[in-house]
Design a protein around this ligand. Structure first.
Ligand code: ZN
Length: 539
């Protein structure tokens, strides 16, 4: 009896349960707690008020899968190896927050809302339950995997949390995708935010989170849980000529909200030095009383939360390989140290840029990075860039698929020649906008106007893959009334594939056109290649 009592007394306190919420595509400056007026985000603002708000948190990459891999592993893409959506997956040797918490006795579950983070891509390791049950639709140009609304994802998460026994800690990761384009919030929010549907999506997500927080708060559970809210990246919303994200490295897409509340976290504190989303894993493990993961580049932010600013902040390392891997443009790398940010397109001839974020927070005026305070930062960036090229290229095509395709004349044997002077993504963004307009014209059956616009875009950027892709789409649409146009469509899609055999949209489109032409063997081969490269997906 006495012994039992002693054992009970000596038993260490149970570590806190952890709720990690990742908001896809959420700009820090669009939340009320980051200064936005009439943001419609009262529940996130309330969370910030009862915990800490990191004012200058940087994600590692403005793309969903690499950014989430960094959040969950505490390492940058150069170390965890995931450089893009869809064609990379997290290596089984990389430990994650979920694997560490699982080993430490936590019950673990993830509830995700969009294709880029489904289990296929390796973020599921360490989770007892990985709920990626997303609506799926077949379309003429491939399989489209839909997104799940915040209310549906959170309902699943709430049900799981409700079933947890009191005597074991749990870890739930909830990924909410609503703010990603296209911006189409449910009716109530669409009406209220008619002129700013992106903000409407954020307000809708906040509303859904409010329901979860209220529910957990009713029996006081919420206050015993460590709650972290962070975004994978922001959204450019037209700034710098970029409409969405993934192409550039400006703060519009790299600076993200990060809120933290729960046991041991002081209320109402704002942390102003630069922190990184790779610091999230070490911070959560620190507050859970667990050792950090081996080899992480992030570090705990507890000293900052406790008000100790003696340790110098670590720089934020930024990258995007999306322009290079998807479009053949230069990749971008960047570094933020204090108020200086340097961005460089190492495969282009464009000079590196520097921004003084204290005087120019919207990065309107770049200076030469080879001047003043930016020079040593540029030198450090250049030294680290060698470490940053993707450790593996895209996986090769299945050899049998490749053989069939070569036989059918779709693949040239020479492969793609490496360009040494690639375009800077910023130079090509106007072409990308033009291509979006071409797609709108095709949808509206204005095919002659679409063709004329493609001619103008080709004069601006003759080597741009999207031009042939959209020429194929125009011919495909012309094929409705003139079957001979289908041959021209197949030829156009074939040219895209010649230049980039991993262009899955071109493969899906070619499969459809060959099928319409009655060339079933060619259609089957193209469809096989398309399926090997995965369903259509976004960022
Ligand atoms: Zn994302």
């Amino acid at each position: 009896m006495l012994l039992g009592l002693l054992v009970a007394c000596a038993e260490p306190e149970q570590p806190p349960s952890i709720l990690l919420i990742t908001l896809d595509t959420t700009r820090a400056d669009r939340l009320g707690c980051y200064g936005r007026r009439d943001a419609g985000t009262p529940h996130l603002d309330a969370l910030a008020a009862r915990g800490v708000r990191f004012d200058r948190a940087y994600t590692s990459a403005p793309i969903t899968l690499p950014a989430h891999a960094s959040i969950l592993t505490g390492t940058e893409p150069a170390r965890h190896g995931v450089r893009d959506n869809g064609s990379f997956d997290l290596d089984a040797s990389v430990p994650t927050l979920a694997t560490r918490l699982g080993e430490s006795g936590y019950q673990t579950a993830a509830f995700v809302s969009a294709y880029p983070v489904v289990a296929t891509f390796g973020l599921d390791r360490g989770f007892d339950l990985y709920d990626d049950d997303l609506p799926e639709q077949e379309s003429a140009t491939g399989t489209v995997i839909g997104e799940r609304r915040a209310a549906d994802t959170l309902e699943k998460a709430r049900a799981w949390i409700d079933q947890r026994p009191a005597d074991r800690p749990w870890f739930a990761w909830v990924h909410l995708f609503d703010p990603h384009s296209p911006y189409a919030p449910p009716t109530e929010w669409a009406e209220r935010w008619r002129h700013d549907p992106y903000q409407g999506e954020l307000a809708y997500v906040d509303h859904c989170l409010g329901e979860l927080f209220d529910r957990l708060g009713r029996d006081d559970r919420l206050y015993r849980v460590l709650v972290a809210v962070v975004a994978d990246h922001g959204e450019s919303l037209g700034e710098h000529g970029e409409d969405t994200h993934a192409f550039l490295l400006h703060d519009a897409t790299l600076r993200v909200p990060w809120l933290l509340a729960g046991p041991g976290i002081p209320a109402g504190r704002t942390i102003t030095p630069v922190v990184r989303t790779v610091d999230l894993v070490p911070t959560l493990l620190d507050y859970a009383g667990l050792a950090s993961l081996p080899g992480v580049s992030g570090r705990t932010t507890r000293h900052l939360i406790d008000g100790d600013a003696t340790e110098p902040p670590r720089p934020a390392e930024l990258e995007t390989w999306y322009p290079r891997l998807r479009r053949g443009w230069s990749e971008l790398v960047g570094r933020v140290e204090g108020s200086t940010k340097v961005v460089w397109a190492p495969s282009s001839s464009t000079p590196p840029e520097a921004y003084d974020l204290s005087r120019d927070p919207f990065e309107r005026q770049s200076t030469d990075a080879r001047l003043g305070a930016a020079l040593p930062i540029l030198e450090r960036l250049q030294r680290s860039t060698a470490l940053r090229s993707p450790s593996s290229t895209d996986p090769p095509l299945d050899p049998e698929v490749e053989r069939q395709l070569t036989q059918l004349g779709y693949l040239s044997t020479g492969g793609i020649t490496a360009a040494s002077d690639r375009p800077h993504p910023r130079e090509r963004l106007p072409v990308l906008r033009g291509l979006a307009e071409v797609q709108r014209l095709i949808g509206a059956q204005q095919l002659e106007r679409a063709s004329a616009l493609l001619d103008r875009l080709e004069a601006m950027a003759p080597d741009e893959l999207g031009i042939d892709l959209n020429r194929g789409r125009v011919h495909r649409a012309q094929g409705e009334s003139d079957p001979s146009a289908l041959e021209r469509a197949a030829a156009a899609f074939g040219r895209v594939i010649q230049k980039n055999p991993r262009h899955r949209h071109a493969w899906w489109a070619l499969a459809e056109v060959e099928s319409l032409r009655g060339r079933s063997e060619a259609a089957a081969a193209a469809r096989l290649a398309a399926e090997r490269l995965g369903p259509t997906s976004d960022r």
